[in-house]
Design a protein around this ligand. Sequence first.
Ligand SMILES: [Zn+2]
Length: 430
Amino acid sequence: MNTLRIAGGQVLRPDATVEDADVLVDRDEGTILDIGADLDADADETLDAEGCLVTPGLVNAHCHVAMTLLRGYADDKPLDAWLREDIWPAEAALTPEDVRAGAELGLVEMIKSGTTAFADMYFHVPEIAAAVDEAGLRARLGHGVVTLGKDDADARADIDESLDVAREFDGAADGRIRTAAMPHSLTTVAEEYLREFVADAHDEGIPVHYHANETTDEVDPIVDERGERPLSYAKDLGMLTADDFLAHGVHVDDAEIDLLAEAGTGVVHCPASNMKLASGMAPVQKLLDSGVTVGLGTDGAASNNDLDMFDEMRDAAMLGKLAADDASAVAAPDVVRMATAGSAAAVDLPGGALEVGGAADLAVVDLDAPHLAPANDLVSHLAYAARGSDVRHTVCDGRVLMRDREVLTLDEDAAMARAREAIASLRERV
Ligand SMILES: [Zn+2]
């Protein structure tokens, strides 16, 4: 057996307690063999974790990873104008090579900030899958479908591509890649297509991932036209099952929260994107109190503008308190759970907890920094004070992706250079 030992640190356990312990990993199986004091000193490889906190790898449950290319491309606009005037025209010009460059840059950023798994909706998905395979992360990938403004043939081709991608890449990268069918939203895919698309996906056991209840501009037309709330409509379409998950859920009423809890549909909270696009404040404490599975995501880098899940935890805690008008709402352990076990459950990927027999997906956070001293409460530090740049080592599926802040699976400098070239060329074309 080939083993990896993470030695001399403190370990964050699933019950949010912290203990002095080593972590021993079976690299062949990609699982945790043991967590405890003074484990096997003869391991094949050892990562020094002295003065560090070993946490589950963070799970970014809603992302558009290749949008790193559009970081800072258009800011300070409401969602609809931002999409129509800036983002969609730029995306229409993206080549497969551009998407590969953006994905690699985003994956480097994720590894450097302790993220080991993510769910992603985009296009040119084979390029993203190849980048994920190389980078060593886990992902649930899918091709996003928009039928708005398309003729019937184009709309059906887009849906076929989403289903084909979901079939072809499920289980790729030694099983680290899973897939989903991904209608963009309840308003950008017409009902006639949505109903059939969702049924076809579910018939084959493919889950559905979509954006829902993000802004009032998206909710109001559904209520006006149908006389029902969006998630009641989603339930009628069959896309509110325990396998499905939706991003945002900002404007949900109590009846919709009950629907989510009953169905077991995961909600991915994206606080930075919601604040930046002034979409609104999701009722996260209410969702948690109602038993809804809540994960955390950055959304794309164009509306965030980074993929740092530590930032996202802090934003979630802050915004959750403001939304609830209660400083005790969305507490530190809640956001840490959302970014780890909550996200993993929402998107149904392994990881999210450090436990014997579980996936060896972890991040080692260096506590030796002024902004993390003194160590009064390490869970509080993770939620409120730590940054992605505090991560020293990142491990996914038992493989070391970053050691002592050096990314081992991708070339960081080359990824940045390729992204710069891609955006320079894109700006000339658009
Ligand atoms: Zn999104």
